[in-house]
Design a protein around this ligand. Structure first.
Ligand SMILES: [Zn+2]
Length: 446
């Protein structure tokens, strides 16, 4: 175990300056699109409960290393855009993999810059008919295209980590009564405003934000003592017709198991929003989940939202590890599929391949077999988590550390099963842990 740590500290000195993990810059007809490093972002979210309109006013401090048109993404059309105090326009572009994104349409010299812009917020946001209150939740999905924070506000690709501040205002009601469920520090700053500070290790797929009229969910809160001795809050909440206490009870059981296997919980708290059967989705130290997927989503606070993937090509590891646990940590002498490219489709790919559960699980069962004399794959994962928690990793990084830990050459295995040719031996079933909910089903969770 010691070997991995000395390498770890050497490699992780540049925490949070992640531009080396960005996909390559690329040419568009009107210039060169350049990836940026967001240093910090603050978002003013205004929910006007009378006119039933929500808007986001963003201020993003970023740095670019090369001259070009800065890349960002937000699905609602932005307007009123300023770069370093000058009014600018945006353009729509496609990256070399064909995915949509936005460019600041202004040739930008290397250095630090300030981007300010606005957009309306409508996804997973609703207003009460009384004109007094609002609900909003920033649900995300890892298997679907463009379903991270860009659904709601301007952000970056998943490789980037930066602190985010939300300034939330309820406009049109002088005494709004709200509940917030967030994985950041929240302070009420006036009768109608709140500030939420999210940690610097977060990416566009980490934060949890759910605002509801006060009392509309049933909430249970307990203090949990980690194996490290640290005390933190555990919150379970749900619709009153669900058994909220089951989500708390099960959370504590799984917490004990995961801390024993992989080490102390690394997030500031644990929030479980218990919903009807139908899978769930993980955030950092938080989830929206059915009772059946709660353990799977909680594991993701270690692998997916603790050690975090740099891109959609790296997301197979999270789903593979979680699925390997779902099926009882199998140890198998061979791999049950002939090959796949689940980890090598495009440096630009932003969502995880659906086959990652089945193929990832089978591949990890095989790696566990290969590593059996060294304590198995779990021993490696425990060290890997300890060394790289709250950082961004790639498949190559995982493989290098695995080889360093084990002394094995795993190149041929990765080339065949993860970075190989596309394969379709048998149809892959939808994973019950992350069922694709419809837009309406997601809104129903508000
Ligand atoms: Zn999962």
């Amino acid at each position: 175990m010691k070997k991995i740590f000395s390498l770890a500290f050497f490699l992780s000195t540049s925490a949070f300056a992640n531009l080396h993990l960005a996909p390559p810059d690329f040419e568009v007809k009107w210039g060169r699109a350049v990836f940026v490093d967001i240093k910090e972002a603050s978002y003013n979210l205004t929910f006007d409960v009378e006119s039933k309109v929500a808007t986001v006013q963003s201020r993003i401090v970023f740095e670019n290393k090369t001259e070009g048109l800065p890349i960002f993404d937000v699905i609602p059309n932005p307007y009123d855009i300023w770069l370093d105090g000058k009014k600018v326009k945006y353009s729509n572009a496609k990256d070399p993999y064909g995915q949509d994104l936005r460019l600041v349409n202004s040739l930008t010299t290397p250095g630090a810059h300030v981007l300010e812009l606005k957009n309306t917020l409508s996804a997973n946001t609703s207003f009460s008919s009384s004109g007094k209150s609002a609900s909003s939740a920033f649900w995300i999905r890892d298997l679907k295209y463009r379903k991270f924070l860009e659904q709601y506000l301007p952000t970056n690709f998943e490789y980037d980590q930066f602190p985010m501040t939300f300034n939330v205002e309820i406009k049109g009601n002088k005494k709004p009564s709200m509940d917030f469920y967030v994985n950041g520090d929240i302070t009420q700053t006036s009768p109608t405003t709140w500030r939420i500070n999210y940690p610097a290790y977060f990416t566009s797929s980490s934060l949890y934000f759910h605002m509801t009229p006060k009392g509309s969910k049933r909430r249970i809160e307990e203090e949990y003592t980690s194996i490290s001795g640290r005390k933190f809050k555990m919150i379970a909440y749900s619709e009153p017709y669900l058994k909220t206490s089951d989500f708390m009870k099960y959370s504590k059981e799984i917490m004990a198991e995961l801390e024993k296997d992989y080490g102390p919980w690394a997030h500031s708290s644990w929030i479980a929003y218990g919903t009807l059967p139908g899978g769930g989705m993980e955030h950092s130290g938080a989830t929206q989940t059915s009772i059946g997927a709660l353990d799977h989503e909680m594991l993701h606070s270690y692998f997916a939202k603790g050690v975090m993937p740099a891109s959609g090509d790296d997301g197979w590891m999270d789903e593979g590890i979680a699925s390997w646990r779902d099926y009882g940590y199998q140890r198998l002498p061979s791999v049950s599929f002939s090959g796949s490219n689940i980890g090598r489709q495009s440096a630009y790919k932003r969502n995880t391949d659906d086959r990652s559960y089945e193929y990832g699980r089978a591949f990890f069962a095989y790696l566990d077999y290969r590593l059996q004399d060294m304590g198995g794959l779990k021993a490696f994962l425990r060290g890997y988590f300890a060394a790289y928690n709250q950082t961004i990793v790639t498949t190559e990084h995982f493989k290098n550390n695995l080889e360093f830990f084990s002394g094995l050459d795993l190149s041929a295995d990765f080339e065949q099963y993860i970075w190989g040719k596309n394969s379709s031996n048998g149809s892959v079933k939808a994973n019950p842990k992350h069922l694709p909910l419809t837009e309406q089903q997601l809104r129903n969770l508000l």
